[in-house]
Design a protein around this ligand. Structure first.
Ligand code: G3P
Ligand code: MG
Length: 253
């Protein structure tokens, strides 16, 4: 994989695909994002019981599927049998009924077809941080489509980012935080991260300025209000993750 630290990431990034319009972290959500004119998406990744990387946000199945229990205790075959779309809109008669939980490999094929870049968030189940970081980075390194801009790995979990770095040091990484931590210089340096992704309401013009002055890229999640996006971008934020990317300033796509 090519060295990618400075390959551009678009300013507007579809959150979990386009989570405001389609069931999050599904292929339908990636399709929807592309249909809205988005050039990059973000999605969450974790491991099944049998070690496959799938797109999934929560540790448990209940909120976004018709299954029960922990993702980490469910095999890929069992996960694939679940409906990951009906919860979103219209139940079993809805447009997304029968949507499946995709593997990262399937998502990469869809990204290639749709010409979408991706921020791949590692969302490890508790206790599986390093293992998940290693697995996600290995899948990306082995099969990332050459036609796409290089991916950006992100995580709140430092151990997961460490695992990703170990498996694929050339894939760039971002540290996710709810609030810019006091020791951000040391933390990002230790993990080789040149980007920080922060909860939007905890960013201020001053905090963004300090990070930018020291060469960090700063992105904000989750921004669904256009005026707020304009403010953040004026402060120098490099990108916003949005469930409703079509609401974001058009000239910044
Ligand atoms: O990657 C940015 C954002 O997605 C982090 O929060 O909970 O939506 O994964 P969450
Ligand atoms: Mg996420």
């Amino acid at each position: 994989m090519i060295d990618t630290e400075f390959a551009p990431v678009s300013t507007v990034i579809g959150h979990r695909g386009a989570a405001g319009h389609a069931p999050e972290n599904t292929l339908a959500s990636l399709e929807k994002a592309a249909g809205l004119g988005v050039r990059w998406v973000e999605f969450d990744t974790k491991l099944t019981a049998d070690g496959h990387v799938v797109l999934f946000h929560d540790d448990t199945l209940e909120r976004t599927t018709d299954g029960r229990g922990a993702v980490a205790e469910t095999t890929l075959a069992d996960l694939r049998a679940l409906d990951a779309g009906s919860w979103f809109d219209g139940g079993s008669q809805g447009a997304y009924a029968g949507e499946r939980v995709p593997t990262l490999k399937e998502a990469m094929e869809t990204l290639a077809r749709l010409d979408l870049g991706a921020v791949v968030e590692i969302k490890p189940s508790p206790g599986r941080e390093r293992e998940t970081g290693l697995a996600v980075a290995r899948v990306l390194a082995a099969g990332w489509p050459e036609t796409l801009p290089a991916p950006l790995i992100s995580s709140f979990e430092k151990t997961a980012l460490g695992g990703a770095r170990e498996a694929a040091p050339n894939i760039r990484r971002a540290l996710n935080v709810f609030k810019i931590p006091r020791g951000w210089r040391k933390k990002t340096k230790a993990l080789g991260c040149r980007s920080v992704h922060c909860l939007e309401r905890n960013l201020t013009a001053r905090r963004v300025g300090v990070l930018k002055d020291e060469g960090m890229a700063v992105r904000a999640f989750t921004v669904n209000d256009r005026t707020r996006a304009e403010t953040l971008l004026r402060w120098g934020v490099d990108g916003v993750f949005s469930d409703y990317p079509e609401r974001m300033p058009q000239d910044n796509r």
